[in-house]
Write a protein that binds this ligand. Structure first.
Ligand code: LUZ
Ligand code: MOS
Length: 760
């Protein structure tokens, strides 16, 4: 089935937040943000701006009737700065005016004077100074300290990996208007309508039932709207609440890039120990996560880094410690992969380093250590239905990796100034929110008397196709055509207490809730049909829009059955509530069974490097991916392709750069480069692994949103391998590997000079 949104998208008819027709008297807001990264606010002078024609009012923290406190996990973030700012881009005031243009013009007339304070942007420096967002966390199994002596080889090193700008096509925004009796209606471009509802209620000092949040769809999010959509909804609501008028706040691209947090950069130290026959016996890693000024989702992201520290490998003795460092940068936040890529980049770098020192291909070490059935993940979960070995072997065979490597070696032997490189990335990613509590979802299903169906869930459609999958689930459950089913907007009044649509769980948990609701209605309809046909309940089936009795088609069509049920006063609406079974996690011990299941796969990536100019191309990307039993191969393949390109961008050209004053340098699309159609590899193959699926995946179709992003890591190592055939001294782990770094790397002779401090 095609994505139900595809027609609307290509004809431009799909409604996004900024397309919602505005109501009469709508006002527009712009946010004034801090221009220094750390300091006391000495004075805030708004009178000039207030006099600007068309300005209605300017709001500061003093206008907040409830708490000036937001933050999804730990309430350490002010909505509007009070007496201190902690990052450039921090909201200080909101200008409300008759037009967006006027609001932005007037914003410039606000005068803020600051008393500058010390700025720290580097996570290691922050850690040295004891500036941590939370106490350090350690996960361990066995004891590497006692293992090093048993290792034939021990290597250590340093790994840097940068941030990533979400660059959702639709920027952050919210549209809010008052309803009667002090209630508010909020449209928000958010992955987390309930977080918006809860936080607005807290900021305004009202009950959650006064706040209705509605989301039709997002123009992309990638994690950037899991927590960071909330502030804009709160600010629009604050103005709407006071003025009793509709208020719209949509960030310009420039404002969005400057004010919002990104993927967390990490700087890490590793130590890896191997046996003579390349078994990894011990691994120790210390992560310095650049958290930004406040917590945001950093505690959860830290946890996922720790969970993915060993990627696809079994290592008997292991210890991972994470320092979440407080810096004067915008709070870094969720981004597809959620700390996973940073953890995996460290172990893959450690393996690459060992391979280099031992003169073996990295793939030899990777293969030797792949997780096997009944191994334990180091966080205590037993590995079951492990598909990593199978994915790896299939990739080797299908993509003729050995031959490819030989061809590359021959090519490199013949060509002096063009070099090629190959790398593999085995992937193992856990599915479920690491915070067990969040693994719950609800749905509301109505069957109307004409046989049409309306489905509401807590899932947010953000381009990933979750609504299409919900339609498929309902159509299957009822045995009717998908055309009969309409996906309603996600609305906190219809489906309450939603978890964020995140952690790749959207289709799984909301789909199960839909399935449960549909099944309950089907049971009632079957009773009616049994009665109509004079057979027993067990002898009735609904499929092909018909009633079947004892395996034979009857004359009763779906819509006739529905009408009959209605006439008999049978309930045709139902809710579903799903909470993922089995999972639990003991945060103190760092042990448990946190994931419903894992997604596996292997990518083979080749790169070509121009050794005179430092430019490169990712030539081939070939992937064996474990979809389970995909219910929608078009959507799922699209998710893999999109994710891997986003991952390649992260590892190669996307460089988030701040200067030492905490100013974002890569603040627009001329300085922040993302992959375009020309940088998509010429060969892009995504093949499904033949696999059984998992019973906790919706209809055995495994979650697909985040895992494939990490295939992009292979691009880094493919380029590294190409550069190393030209300059064997190239020995740094510093992503993204931009053309600039490649050029330096090609000609740099002194080891480790490359490790830059700029990209924090
Ligand atoms: N969000 C979250 C996530 O709150 N918890 C998670 O474990 C997670 N994982 C991936 C992406 N978003
Ligand atoms: Mo996400 S990084 O699943 O919001």
């Amino acid at each position: 089935m095609k994505n139900i949104d595809s027609k609307g998208h290509v004809t431009g008819k799909s409604i996004y937040l900024d397309d919602i027709p505005v109501r009469q008297n709508t006002l527009y807001a712009a946010v004034l943000d801090a221009t220094i990264a750390h300091g006391k606010i000495r004075s805030l002078e708004v009178s000039e701006a207030e006099k600007h024609p068309g300005v209605v009012r300017i709001f500061t923290f003093k206008d907040i009737p409830g708490e000036n406190q937001i933050g999804g996990i730990i309430s350490d973030e002010t909505l509007l700065a009070e007496d201190e700012v902690m990052f450039q881009g921090e909201p200080i005031a909101v200008v409300v005016a008759e037009s967006e243009y006027i609001a932005r013009e007037a914003r410039r007339k606000i005068k803020v004077s600051y008393e500058a304070m010390e700025i720290v942007t580097d996570p290691r420096e922050a850690a040295e100074k004891g500036m941590l967002l939370m106490p350090p966390r350690t996960f361990a199994m066995g004891n590497p300290e006692e293992r090093w002596k048993d290792c034939r080889y021990v290597f250590d090193g340093k790994v840097d990996i940068g941030g990533q700008e979400h660059l959702y096509i639709e920027t952050q925004g919210s549209y809010c208007f008052p309803l009667e009796n002090g209630n508010l209606m909020i449209y928000s471009s958010t992955q987390s309508p309930t977080i918006v509802q809860r936080t607005v209620a807290k900021v305004l000092g009202v009950s959650m039932h006064s706040i209705q949040v509605d989301v039709t769809r997002l123009g992309g999010a990638f994690g950037g709207k899991e927590d960071q959509a909330t502030a804009w909804a709160c600010l629009a609501s604050l103005a709407s609440y006071h003025l009793q008028k509709p208020v719209k706040l949509v960030l310009s691209r420039h404002d969005d890039m400057r004010m919002t947090g990104k993927r967390h950069p990490y700087s890490s130290d590793f130590k890896i120990g191997l046996s003579e026959d390349l078994k990894i016996l011990a691994y120790e890693v210390t992560y310095y996560q650049n958290g930004g000024a406040v917590n945001d989702l950093s505690p959860a992201i830290s946890e996922r880094t720790l969970f993915h520290t060993t990627n696809s490998y079994f290592i008997p003795d292991i210890k991972a410690t994470l320092f979440s460092c407080k810096t004067n940068l915008p709070p870094n936040t969720a981004f597809r992969g959620f700390g996973g890529p940073q953890g995996m980049f460290a172990i893959e770098s450690a393996i690459a380093k060992a391979a280099m020192k031992l003169g073996v291909p990295a793939s030899a070490i990777q293969e030797k250590n792949l997780l096997k059935e009944n191994d334990y993940f180091y966080y205590g979960q037993k590995a079951e239905r492990v598909n990593i070995g199978k994915a790896w072997k299939t990739a080797f065979r299908e993509f003729k990796v050995l031959r490819k490597q030989k061809e590359i070696d021959a090519f490199n032997g013949k060509n002096r100034f063009v070099k090629k490189g190959l790398a593999l990335m085995p992937l193992t990613f856990g599915i479920s929110f690491t915070n067990t509590m969040l693994n719950q979802a609800r749905a509301l299903v109505h069957v109307y008397t004409d046989g049409s169906v309306g489905v509401s869930t807590g899932a947010i459609e953000m381009g990933q196709g979750v609504n299409t999958k919900m339609v498929q689930v309902a159509a299957l459950a009822f045995g009717i055509a998908p055309e009969r089913i309409k996906m309603e907007s996600t609305n906190t009044t219809r489906v309450a207490n939603t978890s964020p649509t995140a952690a790749s769980t959207g289709a799984d948990i909301n789909g199960q809730a839909v399935l449960m609701a549909c099944k309950a209605i089907v049971q009632r309809l079957r009773k009616v049909a049994a009665d109509m046909n004079g057979v027993t309940f067990g002898e009735i089936e609904l499929r092909n829009e018909q009633v079947f009795a004892r395996g034979e088609v009857t004359k009763i069509r779906w819509e006739q059955l529905v009408m009959k049920a209605y006439l008999r006063r049978v309930k045709l609406s139902e809710t579903g509530h799903y909470s993922t079974p089995v999972i639990y996690f003991d945060k103190e011990k760092g042990k448990g069974h946190p994931f419903a299941y894992h997604v596996y796969g292997t990518a083979v990536v080749t790169a070509g490097v121009d050794c005179l100019r430092g430019i490169y191309e990712i030539e081939e990307v070939q992937i064996i991916h474990d979809f389970g039993k995909s219910i929608n191969p078009i959507i799922d393949t699209g998710q893999v392709e999109g994710a891997v390109v986003q991952g390649i961008g992260y590892m190669t050209m996307e460089e988030v750069a701040y200067d030492n004053s905490g100013k974002l340098l890569s603040d627009n699309l001329s300085t922040y480069k993302v992959p375009d159609i020309y940088s998509v590899p010429g060969v892009m193959v995504v093949k499904p692994l033949k696999a059984a699926g998992h019973k906790l995946a919706i209809l055995k179709s495994k979650a697909v949103g985040e895992p494939p992003l990490m295939y992009g890591l292979a691009a880094y190592f493919a380029i590294r391998n190409a550069v190393r055939t030209f300059n064997p001294d190239f020995d740094v782990f510093d992503a993204p590997v931009t053309p600039e770094k490649v050029l330096i790397g090609l000609y740099e002779k002194t080891k480790n000079k490359l490790q830059k401090t700029k990209n924090k």
